[in-house]
Design a protein around this ligand. Structure first.
Ligand code: GLN
Length: 484
C-alpha cells in the first residue's frame, strides 16, 4: 500500500479496500521506523492525523468524499498550521504554535486530506541541501551519506522513502524542483500567484510559490486541483479560473514544440547528466515532439541577480522576528537593543544572517541604485528572454540541476558553489513561470531530473507533457532499495 500513488489510494479508499485510519496508521508507522535515520519530519502530528482519518472515513462512507479525502500527506514546515508547531526550520520559531492556518494547508484540510506531520527544511527555506535546518540535515533515501537537496528536503525525502504518498513544498529559486530531481520525484513549481501565499512564512515574497511533490504528474494534478486558486488574503494571488488539472493529462503531444536553451547545456553541466537529458529529449521526439535550439542569453545573470533580490526581500521579511511579538526571546535582556540583537543573534543560523546582511546592504541608501535597482532591471531582461522564447516554442527543457545529490557537508562551507546548484531553476522564479522536474534517469545509482518550463498558467500543459513521458518510461517508478 505504501508504494501506491495518490490516485490509486484515492480509488482504494473509495472502493472500501482500505480505510483512511488504516492508511494513516501505516504511514505513521513507517515514519516512526525510518524518521530517526532520515530526519524528514520536524513534527509528527499523530493525534490530529488519526482524528482527521476518522472524519475522512465518515465522509467517505457518507459518499461525499473529494478525491483527496482520507489520503495522508505531509506539509513543509513553512506553512502555518493552526495549533501545531510551525518552525520554518529555525530556532527562531522553535516555540511557535501557529494561531491560524495557511490557505494552502486549509485547502487540503477542507478536501479531507490527512496531515501526517510537518517536514524538515532549510532554515527559512534558504538553502539547497537541507543542511541549514536548525533541526539537522535530512538524508537522501537513495544514499544516506548524501543530501536530498533543498530547501524542501524533508518533504521530498519523506515521499521518496514512501513515508508519505505526497507532500507540499515551496520554491523561491528551485526548492521544489532541485530536491525532486535529487530524490527521483515529480516536483511542480506553479506560476507565481497561482497558489496562495497566505500563511506561508515569507522568504522572498516576489519569488515564493507553493507546489506539490509527488511520484508522478497524475498525482501532481490531483494536488494542484486542491491548492490552486484565488485568495483575497494574498494580494499577489491571481483571480483566474482554475482548470481541472487532471483533464488533459492524456492529450497527445504530437507536434509539441520543445526549445532547448543552448545556455543550459554548456560549461558546468556534468556530462553524464547531459546524456540523460539528451535521452529524455529523444524520447519526446519519439512521441512526436519537435525540438529546436533556443537561446536565453541572460541565463548567466540569474544566480547573481537572485542573490541581490532574494536577500533584499528576506531582510525586510525577517525584520518581524524581533523577540517581542513571537518567536525566540533571549534571557534577561538588559534593554531594548540588547533584546533585539541577542534574540536575533541566537534565533537565526549562519546562512540566514548572511542573507540578512547582504539584503540590508543592497537596500541601504548608498547602494540601492547600484545593486537592488540594477538587479530589478536585469530581472526584467531575464523575463523577456523567456517571453521571446515562448513566441517560438511551447515548452523549454533542460536539466533541473547541474549534478546529482552531493555528499553531506561537501558544499556546506562554500556558499557560492551551493548557490550554483540552482543555476537552471532560479531564472524561472525571476520570471514567475511554472516548471516541473520529472525523473529522467540515473547516474551512478542517483536520480536525475528533467526540467520542463512552461508559459504563464500553462501548468496543465506541463503536467500533460510530464504524464506522457511517464507513460512511456519507468524512471518515476524506481524506488530506493531500503524503502520498497
Ligand atoms: N537554494 C535557493 C536559496 O538558497 C532557493 C531556495 C528556495 O527555493 N527556497 O535561496
Amino acid at each position: 500500500m505504501h508504494t501506491k500513488t495518490i490516485a490509486q489510494l484515492s480509488a482504494a479508499l473509495r472502493s472500501g479496500e482500505v480505510s483512511s485510519v488504516e492508511l494513516t496508521t501505516l504511514f505513521l508507522e513507517r515514519i516512526k521506523q525510518h524518521n530517526p535515520a532520515l530526519n524528514c519530519f520536524i513534527s509528527i502530528t499523530e493525534t490530529q492525523a488519526l482524528e482527521a482519518a476518522v472524519a475522512a472515513d465518515q465522509r467517505l462512507k457518507a459518499g461525499n468524499g473529494a478525491p483527496l479525502t482520507g489520503v495522508p500527506i505531509a506539509h513543509k514546515d513553512i506553512f502555518c498550521t493552526q495549533d501545531v508547531k510551525t518552525t520554518c526550520g529555525s530556532r527562531m520559531l522553535d516555540n511557535f504554535i501557529a494561531p491560524y492556518e495557511s490557505t494552502c494547508t486549509a485547502s487540503f484540510r477542507d478536501a479531507g486530506a490527512v496531515m501526517l506531520g510537518k517536514t524538515n527544511m532549510d532554515e527559512f527555506a534558504m538553502g539547497s541541501s537541507n543542511e541549514t535546518s536548525y533541526y539537522g540535515a535530512v538524508k537522501n533515501p537513495w544514499d544516506q551519506g548524501r543530501v536530498p537537496g533543498g530547501s524542501s528536503g524533508g518533504s521530498v525525502a519523506a515521499v521518496a522513502a514512501r513515508l508519505a504518498p505526497a507532500a507540499t513544498g515551496t520554491d523561491t529559486g528551485g526548492s521544489i524542483r532541485q530536491p525532486a530531481a535529487l530524490c527521483g520525484l515529480t516536483g511542480l513549481k506553479p506560476t507565481y500567484g497561482r497558489v496562495s501565499r497566505f500563511g506561508m512564512i515569507a522568504f522572498a515574497s516576489s519569488l515564493d510559490q507553493a507546489g506539490p511533490v509527488t511520484y508522478n504528474a497524475e498525482d501532481a494534478a490531483l494536488m494542484m486541483n486542491v491548492m490552486a486558486g484565488f485568495d483575497e488574503r494574498d494580494s499577489t494571488s491571481v483571480e483566474r479560473e482554475v482548470p481541472d488539472y487532471s483533464a488533459n493529462l492524456d492529450n497527445g503531444i504530437k507536434g509539441l514544440k520543445i526549445g532547448l536553451p543552448k545556455e543550459y547545456f554548456g560549461e558546468g553541466l556534468d556530462d553524464n547528466i547531459a546524456r540523460v537529458i539528451d535521452a529524455a529529449v529523444k524520447e519526446y521526439e519519439a512521441l512526436g515532439a519537435v525540438v529546436t535550439e533556443i537561446s536565453l542569453p541572460n541565463t548567466g545573470l540569474a544566480v547573481p541577480i537572485y542573490y541581490v533580490v532574494a536577500p533584499a526581500e528576506c531582510s525586510t521579511n525577517l525584520s518581524r522576528f524581533d523577540g517581542v511579538r513571537f518567536g525566540h526571546r533571549c534571557d534577561d535582556p538588559q534593554d531594548l537593543f540588547d533584546l533585539y540583537t541577542r534574540s536575533r543573534g541566537e534565533g537565526f543560523g549562519a546562512e540566514v544572517k548572511r542573507r540578512i546582511m547582504i539584503g540590508t546592504y543592497v537596500l541601504s541608501a548608498g547602494y540601492y541604485d547600484a545593486y537592488y535597482l540594477k538587479a530589478q532591471k536585469i530581472r526584467r531582461l531575464i523575463s523577456e528572454d523567456f517571453h521571446a522564447a515562448f513566441e517560438k516554442v511551447d515548452v523549454i527543457m533542460g536539466p533541473t540541476a547541474p549534478g546529482t545529490a552531493f555528499k553531506l557537508g561537501e558544499k556546506a562551507d562554500d556558499p557560492v558553489t551551493m548557490y550554483l546548484s540552482d543555476i537552471y531553476t532560479i531564472a524561472v522564479n525571476m520570471a514567475g513561470l511554472p516548471a516541473v522536474s520529472i525523473p529522467a534517469g540515473f547516474v551512478d545509482g542517483l536520480p536525475v531530473g528533467l526540467q520542463v518550463i512552461g508559459n504563464y498558467f500553462d501548468e496543465s500543459r506541463l503536467l500533460n507533457v510530464a504524464h506522457k513521458y511517464q507513460q512511456a518510461t519507468d524512471w518515476h517508478l524506481q524506488l530506493p532499495k531500503e524503502f520498497q
